[in-house]
Design a protein around this ligand. Structure first.
Ligand code: ATP
Ligand code: MG
Length: 122
């Protein structure tokens, strides 16, 4: 992902994007009690002003921001801080996809897969 972000001229969000990916993967490994053979999938996708990162797992429980009580709960707080938006959607089949969009400062996410190039204001 680092190399891709550099190629895409998005080096300035490289560290934030890697942190977000790392927190989401840590959560999937730690919290999603995925059945054997159901692996965690990671993907990322370029938008005009940033990158959308997704980590899919095979567990139906949805992650929730939890108040910091000194025993954890820092991961999603960090994702919330570093991303323009994040969320959870159902995955085809079993499980869910936790996603986050990291944009360049002041940037606007423009999804590449959207045929009309609809702008989503953040
Ligand atoms: N992929 C996931 N599947 C199921 N539950 C999740 C998942 N990710 C997070 N959660 C739930 O959301 C809570 C908040 O996640 P968060 O990353 O903020 O904290 P944490 O993982 O408990 O601690 P830390 O990230 O600080 O080590 C978790 O405690 C867990 O209950
Ligand atoms: Mg965590």
């Amino acid at each position: 992902m680092r190399a891709a972000l550099r190629d895409w001229g998005l080096a300035e969000i490289e560290d934030s994007a890697v942190l977000v990916l790392s927190e989401l993967v840590s959560n999937a490994v730690r919290w999603a009690r995925a059945p054997v053979g159901r692996e965690i999938e990671t993907s990322f996708c370029r938008g005009a002003g940033g990158v959308r990162i997704a980590v899919d797992d095979a567990d139906e429980t949805r992650p929730r921001l939890r108040p910091g009580d000194g025993t954890g709960g820092r991961g999603l707080a960090l994702v919330e801080e570093l991303s323009s938006r994040w969320g959870v959607q159902s995955r085809r089949g079993v499980g869910k996809s936790v996603w986050a969009v990291v944009t360049v400062p002041g940037g606007t996410w423009m999804a590449p897969w959207d045929g009309h190039n609809r702008r989503e204001s953040l």
